[in-house]
Design a protein around this ligand. Structure first.
Ligand SMILES: [Zn+2]
Length: 108
């Protein structure tokens, strides 16, 4: 699973770079697509939400669930399991995960 994730991340990065190049070829102004979560794992994504004091909002108002249920979702699908595991990892190791997220994101 982790190798699959890394391979997918690499492809996404290549895709975003190509997209940025293609979009800007015919434009009079610079447009840049950014993907700030691409290099963060789920625990680090929760840390980023917490860094900006938005963890309760992100937890309640975002959608991860393959069954379309906002917040903590259905609790049954793979996306809900990943989300819940990431949150539990962050809550269990908040200082270390926050430090890793800041390093990857260039935040202070
Ligand atoms: Zn679900």
């Amino acid at each position: 699973m982790r190798n699959g994730f890394l391979r997918l991340s690499g492809l996404r990065d290549e895709f975003v770079r190509a997209l940025n190049n293609a979009v800007n070829l015919g434009m009079a102004r610079d447009i840049r697509f950014e993907t700030p979560l691409m290099w963060l794992n789920k625990a680090e994504t929760w840390a980023l939400a917490d860094y900006w004091q938005q963890l309760p909002l992100v937890r309640a108002e975002t959608l991860t669930c393959y069954n379309g249920i906002k917040g903590d979702g259905c609790g049954e699908c793979a996306a809900c399991h990943l989300r819940a595991r990431g949150l539990a990892d962050y809550q269990a190791n908040a200082a270390a995960v926050m430090a890793a997220m800041k390093q990857k994101s260039g935040l202070n």
